[in-house]
Write a protein that binds this ligand. Structure first.
Ligand SMILES: NC(=O)c1ccc[n+]([C@@H]2O[C@H](COP(=O)([O-])OP(=O)(O)OC[C@H]3O[C@@H](n4cnc5c(N)ncnc54)[C@H](OP(=O)(O)O)[C@@H]3O)[C@@H](O)[C@H]2O)c1
Length: 276
């Protein structure tokens, strides 16, 4: 099994740099997908209340036979459950639905600046972490101004910021903003919907290393220093996507891939997104 690097958070805890995400994995196959990923050696599962498959996450975890302590489990609090009491109820429900005593990481899913509850939610996260409901706390889709507000209000810096990041949206500024504050950047939709799989920097590197464009993209994330979560419900592609620890992209290949950045999101803009 692959030897997956660990990243160290600003709170001293560690997290595998690579893992498996379950957005859009239907609840009726989530357990099977999680079990298969864990058996293949994925050490981290990235869930969320919004994905409506936390029961499957827990079932897959138990069915896999992998000890609980060897799997890093993340979940997230959705937009309409921000605020002190609702955020607590959301995390309590996630613990119960997944069937674990403690989560490794819980994230505020989106800042939703319009409702202006993310500072209060962050204060609740700090209390819950201190009570042991989760080991670490972080955010997702936060811009620099959102980060600065919660840090100024509480003095507590998020362990991680999970943002959309792929070859067409390389987010150099947000990666720098996170790094300057001691925050790990984790990439969501790391393959970018395969928008650049046919582009020369990826096809050339894939040919050179005997890998697929998807493997080259996932490897590129690791070499940039991103934490990355990949998703597939297809066991063959699950195996392919974790088979990225036996080759290294050259500096020239990394530079070529950098030219694919067109700043184009597949998802919404965090400064305005407010879906409930
Ligand atoms: N915080 C947020 O707001 C947020 C937003 C979006 C996602 N996320 C998290 O990030 C995770 C990853 O993002 P994502 O789910 O969009 O994942 P992704 O890994 O970028 O893309 C998954 C899609 O690519 C296909 N795929 C996977 N491996 C492939 C391969 N080797 N070759 C060709 N196609 C392949 C999958 O199809 P098959 O399943 O058919 O293989 C699926 O349609 C999510 O699951 C979720 O945990 C977070």
């Amino acid at each position: 099994m692959a030897d997956i690097p660990q990243l160290t958070f600003n709170d001293g805890n560690t997290m595998p740099q690579f893992g498996f995400g379950i957005w859009q994995v239907p609840e009726d196959i989530a357990a099977e997908a999680v079990e298969s990923a864990l058996r293949l050696g994925y050490p981290l599962i990235d869930g969320a209340y919004l994905y409506l498959n936390e029961a499957g996450l827990g079932e897959g975890l138990r069915n896999s036979g992998v000890p609980r302590d060897d799997v890093f489990v993340t979940t997230k609090v959705w937009n309409n459950e921000q605020g002190r009491d609702k955020a607590r109820a959301s995390v309590e429900r996630s613990l119960k639905t997944i069937g674990v005593d403690q989560l490794d990481l819980v994230l505020i899913h989106w800042p939703v600046p319009d409702q202006d509850l993310y500072v209060e939610t962050w204060e609740a996260f700090i209390e819950m972490r201190d009570e042991g409901m989760m080991k670490s706390i972080g955010v997702s889709n936060f811009n620099a101004d959102h980060l600065d507000r919660i840090i100024a209000a509480t003095g507590v810096v998020p362990a991680l910021n999970q943002i959309e990041l792929n070859p067409e949206l390389q987010q150099p500024r947000m990666r720098r903003e996170n790094a300057e504050r001691g925050i790990v950047t984790q990439a969501w939709t790391p393959l970018g919907g395969g928008r650049s799989f046919e582009k020369a920097p990826l096809t050339a590197a894939a040919k050179h290393h005997g890998k697929s464009p998807a493997q080259v993209v996932l490897r590129w994330h690791l070499q940039l220093g991103n934490a990355v979560i990949s998703r597939s419900v297809n066991p063959g592609r699950q195996k392919e996507n974790i088979d990225i620890f036996d080759f290294e992209l050259t500096d020239a290949e990394m530079a070529e891939i950098a030219t694919l950045d067109i700043g184009a999101r597949t998802g919404p803009d965090p400064s305005v997104f407010k879906m409930m």
